[in-house]
Design a protein around this ligand. Structure first.
Ligand code: FE
Ligand code: FE
Ligand code: MG
Length: 167
């Protein structure tokens, strides 16, 4: 751990590590939810949805990496056990037991909205107290906002298609 790098953090570092670990647990669950969703999804526009889910899975894994590195920089340990992903998560996990495109999109939109709340809170908390963590959580927040919009745009296209098909 870098002593000066930690010294400039103007907040309770232990508490911050705890919050970053919760977000880290969220990212692993989000990664898997997207990854398995891309495998099982069925229905119209499947190919476009699979492409989006696969890209988002990669983004969530990258977020987990960014958080793990920051937790270690702060002198903490990222969650080491998958069972702790559940107990530490803010946003939980929605199994895509119904593989219909609309249901998978709805589940992931809900997940993104929870992620946006989580990162908005982390951005507000770190804004003037820890510029390094702030920069990381801000980048992640930007991605989550993009993810929500991507999925809602896909859902809109799908609904147009389903309405047209029903006529
Ligand atoms: Fe993420
Ligand atoms: Fe996301
Ligand atoms: Mg996208």
């Amino acid at each position: 751990m870098g002593t000066k790098g930690i010294e400039i953090v103007d907040m309770d570092v232990k508490q911050l590590i705890g919050l970053l670990n919760r977000a880290f647990a969220d990212e692993w669950l989000a990664y898997y939810q997207y990854w398995i969703g891309a495998k099982v999804v069925k229905g119209p526009m499947k190919e476009a949805v699979i492409a989006e889910l696969t890209q988002h899975a990669a983004d969530e894994l990258r977020h987990a990496d960014m958080l793990a590195l920051r937790i270690i920089q702060l002198g903490g340990t990222p969650v080491t056990r998958p069972e702790q992903w559940y107990s530490q998560s803010n946003c939980g996990y929605d199994a895509p037991d119904s593989p219909f495109v609309k249901d998978v999109l709805d589940q992931n939109i809900k997940g993104e909205q929870c992620a946006i709340t989580t990162y908005k809170n982390l951005v507000s908390l770190t804004m003037s107290r820890d510029p390094v963590t702030y920069s990381i959580v801000l980048q992640i927040l930007q991605d989550e906002v993009e993810h929500e919009e991507d999925l809602q745009a896909e859902l809109e296209d799908l609904e147009t298609l389903l309405t047209a098909a029903a006529k």
